[in-house]
Design a protein. Structure first.
Length: 336
């Protein structure tokens, strides 16, 4: 087993409404990423993926609040740190973030080199302009970006180039953990492929030690990550190898999510598209039983009544369901 770069244990974070209600968008999430590995998190919109990303970096600004659990980056518990301490010691150097809509994350009035200077000097204030420029030039070369981009403004760059520039800025200090929150969602297929290749290149060269890749596209994760977690209503419902999750999803929600997506991979593309009926639960008043039960065609009466569905660990796979792996496979076999 390799060194743990990110170790999260039973993390709970919540939004507090104006009326004082608690909405647990991240409800007891645990995950681990080892050095040199990448983990994908998938789920439909509103399941808590982006809130999890913000929580992992200590971005607790109202109405988002930390409740409980631990977050360790390379063995250091950052969940007990104050925001200023996290900003100075962790963000950018230990854990970095590529946000959603990254193409719009750059201030159009500043040149690209100025963003890099701000990031580097926040952690290494004595670094000279020449040292920063040399570092940026080398990093841009690795990522296939021309040196001339450093002297340009964001408005002078194409969408794909902006995306790659944001990745370069986010990883300039070689973080131990990179959180990529749907970094390719607004790109065409060619640009998506280029972004994925860049991220793999950074991992291979050791410029980032581990990666958490968030998206709603399970097939995309198959080409990016080693393992995949599926998130639903603030909880992780299944974790398996990328191959098993794409070609052999087990938990009913994971299977439904995979079945609702067109997949070009051989062995999957011939399958029929299916839809998941209903909508996710209102987390102001979460269900007493399994959170997916009212949308699950395999649900039994006890699924609606009892607490959180039992967590199974079978054959290197984790999943939450009142049914065992054997029972689920028997049900699926009857349908095929």
């Amino acid at each position: 087993m390799g060194k743990k770069m990110l170790d999260v244990d039973h993390l709970k974070t919540k939004y507090i409404t104006r009326s004082g209600e608690n909405i647990y968008a991240v409800d007891g999430v645990s995950l681990k990423i080892e050095e040199g590995k990448s983990l994908g998190i998938a789920g439909e919109s509103g399941c808590g993926k982006s809130t999890l990303a913000l929580s992992l970096m200590g971005y607790y600004f109202a109405p988002l609040h930390y409740q409980s659990g631990t977050i360790k980056v390379d063995g250091v518990n950052i969940s007990s740190m104050k925001p200023d301490e996290i900003r100075k010691k962790v963000l950018g150097s230990e854990i970095a973030y590529i946000p959603q809509a990254a193409m719009n994350a750059l201030n159009p009035t500043q040149k690209i080199i100025h963003f890099i200077e701000d990031v580097v000097r926040a952690h290494k204030p004595k670094t000279t302009k020449k040292e920063i420029y040399d570092l940026a030039r080398e990093r841009f070369e690795i990522l296939g970006l021309p040196e001339g981009v450093l002297k340009k403004h964001a408005v002078e760059l194409s969408g794909g180039m902006k995306q790659r520039t944001v990745i370069a800025i986010s990883t300039i200090l070689s973080p131990k953990v990179l959180i990529a929150d749907e970094p390719s969602s607004a790109l065409d297929v060619t640009s998506q492929k280029m972004v994925i290749k860049m991220l793999h290149n950074l991992m291979e060269k050791g410029l980032i030690k581990s990666m958490l890749f968030i998206t709603h596209e399970l097939p995309l994760l198959y080409n990016v990550t080693d393992e995949i977690m599926v998130m639903y209503a603030g909880q992780i419902v299944e974790q398996a190898s990328a191959r098993n999750m794409v070609f052999d999803p087990l938990q009913p929600y994971s299977k439904g999510l995979m079945g609702s997506i067109l997949v070009p991979e051989e062995g999957v593309r011939s399958g029929k598209l299916t839809a998941i009926s209903g909508t996710p639960p209102n987390l102001k008043h979460p269900p007493k039983g399994c959170r997916f039960a009212d949308r699950c065609k395999y649900a039994k009466p006890e699924c609606m009544l009892h607490g959180i569905a039992e967590t199974h660990m079978e054959n290197g796979r984790m999943f939450r369901c009142y049914l065992t792996e054997q029972e689920l496979r028997e049900v699926y076999a009857c349908e095929s």
